[in-house]
Design a protein around this ligand. Structure first.
Ligand SMILES: Cc1cc2nc3c(=O)[nH]c(=O)nc-3n(C[C@H](O)[C@H](O)[C@H](O)COP(=O)(O)OP(=O)(O)OC[C@H]3O[C@@H](n4cnc5c(N)ncnc54)[C@H](O)[C@@H]3O)c2cc1C
Length: 240
C-alpha cells in the first residue's frame, strides 16, 4: 500500500492514497449542499457512477462491431461434457458445439454447474444475495454527490432522480420486493437528506447479487473439466 499525503487547493483537503483509491477529509465547500446534515466525511473524488443500461448497450454495440453473435432470451439447460472435456451446451432444446464455455450466470452459476453435474467437489461457493433499491424523483434535493453511510448510499443523477440503495438479504432465489425494505430504505434516505421528504418514490425493485466468500469472484479455468471457465461471484462490484 502506498501512502501519499498532500494538500490541494481550493479544497485544502488532505489527500491520502489507499492503494489505488484516493480519499481526503471533506472541507466545508465539499460538504456544502442544502441536503446533508453531516459535519465530517471522507471525500473520495474518484468514486463515480455509471448508468448500467447504457453500459450494457455500449457492450452490445462493441460486440456487434466485433461480429459476435448473441442469442437472447434463451436458457442454458445442459453442459455437455465427455472424457473430462467440455463438448458444448444444450440451449433451449438445441445442441451447440463448443471448445470452451465460460459460465457467467451470476447468482445462478453454482446452481447451474451443480445441475449440470460439473465436478461437485469443485463447485464455486456462490449464493444469491438480494438487493433492493428505489429511485426518487427529486429535482430539488440539493444533493450533488454520491453519499455513502451505514453501508447504504444515495446517488444523485443528472436528471434530478436520486437512487437509494441497497439492502443485503440472504433470501435464496426469491427476487420479490418487500414493504419492510421499502420503508427502511426510505427512512435511510430521509435521515441522510431531509429535503427528500414528500418526494414521490418512482420505482422500487430487487435484484440478486452473486455473493461469494469475501466478495472475491471466481475467474479462470475449472480445475477438473477442460475447456470450462468461470467468471462469476462478483458480489457487490460486478460493474465497477
Ligand atoms: C440492488 C443492487 C445494487 C448493486 N449495485 C452495484 C454497484 O453499485 N456497483 C457494482 O459494481 N455492482 C453492483 N451490484 C452488483 C452487480 O449487479 C453484480 O455484481 C453483477 O451484475 C454481476 O454480473 P454477472 O454478469 O456476473 O451476473 P448477472 O448480472 O446476475 O447476470 C447473470 C445472467 O445470467 C442469466 N442466467 C442465469 N442462469 C442462466 C441459464 N441457465 N441460461 C441462460 N442465462 C442464465 C441471468 O438471467 C442473468 O441475466 C448491485 C446488485 C444489486 C442487486
Amino acid at each position: 500500500m502506498m501512502w501519499l499525503v498532500r494538500m490541494r487547493r481550493p479544497c485544502r483537503e488532505l489527500i491520502l492514497w489507499f492503494g489505488r483509491m484516493r480519499a481526503g477529509w471533506c472541507c466545508s465547500a465539499c460538504m456544502a449542499t442544502q441536503c446533508l446534515d453531516c459535519r465530517r466525511g471522507l471525500r473520495m473524488p474518484e468514486v463515480m457512477q455509471i448508468r448500467n443500461p447504457r453500459l450494457v448497450r455500449a457492450l452490445r454495440a462493441a460486440l456487434d462491431v466485433h461480429g459476435v453473435r448473441l442469442l437472447e432470451q434463451v436458457e442454458v439447460q445442459a453442459l455437455e461434457v465427455a472424457h473430462g472435456r467440455v463438448q458444448g451446451l444444450r440451449v433451449s432444446g438445441q445442441a451447440m458445439l463448443a471448445d470452451a464455455v465460460v459460465v457467467t450466470a451470476g447468482a445462478w452459476s453454482a446452481r447451474l454447474l451443480r445441475d449440470l453435474g460439473a465436478g461437485a467437489l469443485h463447485l464455486p461457493m456462490i449464493e444469491p444475495v438480494r438487493g433492493q433499491m428505489m429511485v426518487l424523483n427529486a429535482p430539488h434535493s440539493g444533493l450533488q454527490r454520491i453519499v455513502m453511510s451505514e453501508g447504504r448510499y444515495l446517488i444523485p443523477r443528472k436528471d434530478g432522480r436520486v437512487l437509494v440503495g441497497s439492502t443485503l438479504e440472504y433470501a435464496g432465489f426469491e427476487k420479490m420486493t418487500s414493504a419492510a425494505a421499502r420503508e427502511s430504505l426510505h427512512a435511510f434516505a430521509l435521515r441522510l437528506c431531509p429535503a427528500l421528504a414528500g418526494v414521490p418514490i418512482e420505482a422500487h425493485w430487487a435484484g440478486l447479487r452473486p455473493g461469494s466468500p469475501q466478495g472475491i469472484p471466481y475467474l479462470g479455468a475449472h480445475p477438473e473439466i477442460q475447456g470450462l471457465f468461470l467468471h462469476a461471484g462478483h458480489f457487490r462490484n460486478g460493474l465497477v
